[in-house]
Design a protein around this ligand. Structure first.
Ligand code: NAI
Length: 399
């Protein structure tokens, strides 16, 4: 079949396998020519490794100097009568292909990170492929739902402010339109559920499980990703439901750090830059900030995507250094360039000017849209999108 892009609101309903291959290849090519990772981990578990920061971390560690072997857990869908499958599904297939060609082990486990069964599958894979131990665990899950570990009831996250209404603009990628929206304050229950999904509980449960089965290697580190952002984004992010969950994640990093100290390792919450990913376009009101940020950082030559962020993290902050550089809250700051005062001054001025009629001209909407399309395998010049794709060839899940 011929696969065309279909977007509903801010959700991509189709993905192109060969465009996803190009996206993986581009990332591989970038890290091969970037500053190399030294003294990197050899056996890496990535929970949420099929797209965004998790996939970029996987590419960086495998091809960017460390020559790591990886096991990745992700929740993706292959082609079926319901649809063509998700981009992460194809990213997994092509990542594995190129990693194996380079002589690396790359295991894909499709499953729900929150389920005990997936943890069992991972432990088995660690036994089989990693001689029973891991050197690094990356927690990069961005999920909207999870079963409550106590009751089994499905919990849903809500991206909302807390204690106030917030009015801001959202850009609908489906038809490139700008909408002023008001988001009401979250209920206490919504805030609690979001914390259970996006806070530190599941990260801690993974590390506890790995400690219990003696799969933590000497010197093992673990990281999870967070966002803080400048003041303009605080009402919807840091002071809202997601921010509360991230603060919980930061606190979890401290308790995990104590546990991993027994192995001479460490745990770090890593604050990343705001970027277009499948998850971030969902955050109401963030798009105007993103198109202003992209515009300013590109002009300054400081713009980074997920892959640039991850290669810099592993080559300059987490490995090959005597001490991992952290701030006063023990956070690794990969948002240092985003929060640079000159950058923020320009971004704030630009955000204040943006409106429904000028956002395409003044902000980098073109860049945001292109990044979004490419996440789903569209918009690559080297792919002939008029050519039919045989989806049956991808139907058998490859692990
Ligand atoms: P993404 O949507 O690109 O990737 C999320 C990953 O989680 C995918 O591999 C997906 O398969 C996996 N996943 C989702 N639900 C799952 C489940 N139930 N079981 C197993 N795997 C599951 O998201 P992105 O943006 O890379 O987010 C990763 C982390 O980075 C999140 O914690 C996010 O808050 C954080 N972050 C994102 C920023 C951004 O601007 N995109 C900025 C700073 C931090």
């Amino acid at each position: 079949m011929i696969i065309e892009p279909v977007i509903n609101g801010v959700v991509a309903r189709t993905a192109h396998p060969f465009g996803c291959e190009q996206s993986v290849l581009r990332q591989i090519n970038y890290v091969k020519h970037a500053k190399s990772i030294t003294q990197g981990p050899k056996r890496v578990l990535i929970i949420g490794g099929s797209s965004g920061f998790g996939l970029a971390a996987r590419v960086a560690l495998t091809f960017g100097g460390s020559q790591s072997d990886t096991i990745s857990v992700s929740f993706e869908r292959g082609p079926s009568e319901k649809g063509v499958g998700t981009a992460g599904y194809y990213n997994n297939i092509f990542f594995k292909k190129y990693a194996e060609e380079a002589g690396r082990t790359a295991i894909n486990i499709q499953g729900d990170a929150f389920s005990p069964q997936t943890k069992e599958d991972v432990i088995e894979a660690i036994e089989t492929y990693f001689e029973g131990e891991v050197d690094l665990v990356i927690y990069s899950v961005a999920a909207g739902i999870r079963p409550d570990p106590e009751t089994g009831e499905m919990l849903r996250s809500a991206i909302k402010p807390i204690g106030q209404e917030v009015t801001g603009a959202t850009i609908t990628l489906e038809d490139d339109t700008w909408h002023e929206t008001t988001i009401t304050s979250a209920t206490e229950q919504e805030a609690k559920d979001t914390l259970k999904i996006m806070g530190g509980q599941d990260w801690e449960s993974w590390i506890d499980t790995l400690i219990n089965v003696e799969s933590i290697a000497e010197g093992c580190k673990t990281i999870a990703f967070s966002y803080v952002g400048p003041e303009v984004t605080h009402p919807i992010y840091l002071d809202g439901t997601l921010g509360r969950a991230k603060i919980d994640l930061h606190q979890t990093s401290h308790s995990l750090n104590l546990k991993l100290a027994n192995f001479n390792g460490g745990a770090y919450a890593t604050v990343c830059k705001a970027l277009v990913t499948k998850a971030s376009v969902f955050i109401p009101g963030l798009s105007p900030y993103l198109i202003a940020l992209y515009k300013v950082m590109k002009e300054q030559g400081t713009h980074e995507g997920c892959i640039e962020q991850m290669q810099r993290l592993f080559s300059e902050k987490l490995y090959g250094v005597h001490h991992v550089p952290v701030d006063c809250e023990r956070l690794i700051r990969m948002d240092d360039w985003e929060l640079d005062p000159t950058t923020q001054e320009k971004v704030s001025a630009l955000v204040a000017e943006l409106n429904s009629s000028n956002f395409k001209q003044l902000g980098d909407y073109k860049g945001l849209k292109q990044a979004f399309m490419q996440l789903n395998g569209f918009g690559f010049e080297s792919v002939d999108y008029t050519k039919p794709v045989n989806l049956d060839a991808f139907a058998a899940e490859i692990s």
